[in-house]
Design a protein around this ligand. Sequence first.
Ligand code: ADP
Ligand code: ZN
Ligand code: ZN
Length: 728
Amino acid sequence: MPIIRVALNVPVDTLFDYQSNDATQLDIGLRACVPFGKKRVTGIIIAVGSETRISVEKLKSVHCIFREIEPLPAALLDLFHFCSQYYHHPLGLVIMNGLPVKLRGNKPVKLKEPSNNVQFSLTEAGKQIDLSSIPARQRVARRLFTELQHTTVLSNLQAKKISPRASKLLQEWIQLKWVSAMPIPATAVTKAVKIPSLTAEQEIAVSAITTDIKQFNTWLLHGVTGSGKTEVYLRIIEHVLAHGKQALILIPEISLTPQLETVFRARFPTTHLVSLHSGLNDTERLTGWLQAQRGQARIILGTRLAVFTPLPVLGLVIVDEEQDSSFKQQDGLRYSARDLAIFRAKENDIPVVLGSATPSLESYYNALNGRYHSVRLLSRAIKNAALPLIQCIDTRTNKTQEGLSEPLIKALDKCLAEKHQSLVFINRRGYAPALLCKACGWTALCQRCSSRLVVHLRDKKLCCHHCGHRENFPHACPHCGNQDIAPFGQGTQRVEETLAAHFPTARILRIDRDSIRRKNAWQDILHAIHAQEVDILVGTQLLAKGHDFPNLSLVGILNADSSLYSTDFRASERLFAQLMQVAGRAGRASVAGHVLIQTEFPDHPLYHALQKHDYDVLAQTLLEERKTAGFPPFVYQAILRAEAHNIAIVLDFLKQAASLANPPRSVELFDPVPAQMLRLKGLERAHLLIQSSSRRQLQAFMTEWYTRIDTLPAHKVRWVLDIDPLEF
Ligand code: ADP
Ligand code: ZN
Ligand code: ZN
């Protein structure tokens, strides 16, 4: 009897064997529901064979194998295997992390009939088909096919009018790849979009990448803000689509999807596009995933998780804003979608394009040493749109009131008078970052985390931004009884309030995680900005990324200094990227841009580089520092993280783990240290850093060490390995 080996959603690094009476090699990649302990669980069949290490009497039988959808393709299973090995995470967990929720359950998935808001069009292959290849007696089929030949798109409703049997025929043609189906865009008016002619720099980028479109290369598309990277993506995608291939575009976590989706749909109105992001419900995600797996969806636009989409004819991967930390998952399986994207491209022998105005130092270094191909866009794409003028306001001489300095207020005033929009950037939501007793210095702290509670005045609550805990304001200081406790420092809500007091007639809009919670909030906000219904925007980094606001001329930056002297060696790199991003919002069209940074350190090299828009000079300086200090990209790192109710237990566990290690000379193991933020969500945390100048040797060591750590009794401790960590 055949034996199937199944990867299950359990935190054990092994596959599980079951008996089946009819499994064959063709079932590899299918879902199987199996008994596990007293429960039934569903996993993925990884192998089918005749041998097992389990004694036959203990071997249980599979409950059922689901065959309603195609098995996971081998290429996707390879990606999961690689991910499991590289990140040292059980294969079953890796696979289940990557699959749509509906495929993790113990039920077959229901495949919905195409709904009414679907439209059909002939594929390139379909256009080659001659009507005579459909027999004359199949009159309905002929009529339907003729209709498809004469219109660009045919909606499901129109098809049903031709015949009730149309749906079935269309499904058959989809199988034959004559026809593709796609949802009717929400705005059904397919306005003809104006396609700009490329700038000389864009032209060079597009031609370099498309010339090598049939082989693996990692391209670093390094272009200043507003240089038209999106247009470059669109042209390469067009090229790939014309060759009958699929394109995967990965974008950062927050908010950009709808905007890009609109741009893509407008440019490719008859191409089936699916967008996979956290705003989807389980059914929507499954539908998009299946359409990608069947090759119907041609453009897949998604956040981190979309890197695990099955794509049978993948021809191109794009990672936009490649430096963005949201590409790295920060809990459970700590994978980097950017790095997995590169692996996928390599396996498929296709190009991957990493786009950024401020590449990560890792990618920049790889471009310097020739491992990546660099293409640069040094000027803005729109004629006459220069880079903004960036200046510092020295807050040691220009005292701030409620966080705002006199020169910034004046500049805002001028901007209002000229009827241009302005943006005040402060990367802290809430009203104030602390509640302080002026008598004894007490501040409100979170019970479960080593962090302060943030004052949210609107809903009269103190909130922890780490664990979500909320509580009421105390009436008096719980420490000394003093009643004079007050919010300390600035957050977006407070800045909004201050600006409203200064500019009573201005229309002010706050944009942060709190203000976009409502569904469709983003659409409304973007609409208001574009319709000139807003004068001053106040917002966090949510606003910084990729948005194009043509009438925005002034950007004011508050409170950036706090990251200048951080203990995190990546803080400068991140701050620079963030400020470049925000500054890049100003002056994108014909309106000149001006950026004012309030700082106590106007002579800091980071601000100097920013004022000159000189990414390279800062990157070189930071690389020098990293080289001297022995930090990435000059070494490779891994972290063993552990957490428990008590730090003593955690440190003890890490010491035991360290004692099991037998590193080669090229691998360095550091002492366990408590985390920067000791408590999080009620658990105390510590970690142990491992470092090597050889990625291969680090990997080899980690693989071996991992199996040893796995033998430690760890019922009180949760631990995980973090490869290429971004946070400490
Ligand atoms: P980036 O992503 O590099 O910051 P965008 O792709 O948002 O830049 O492009 C900035 C602006 O330039 C957009 O308004 C876009 O429509 C415009 N643009 C891009 N390429 C061209 C071009 N070749 N000619 C004219 N305008 C362009
Ligand atoms: Zn007090
Ligand atoms: Zn908390």
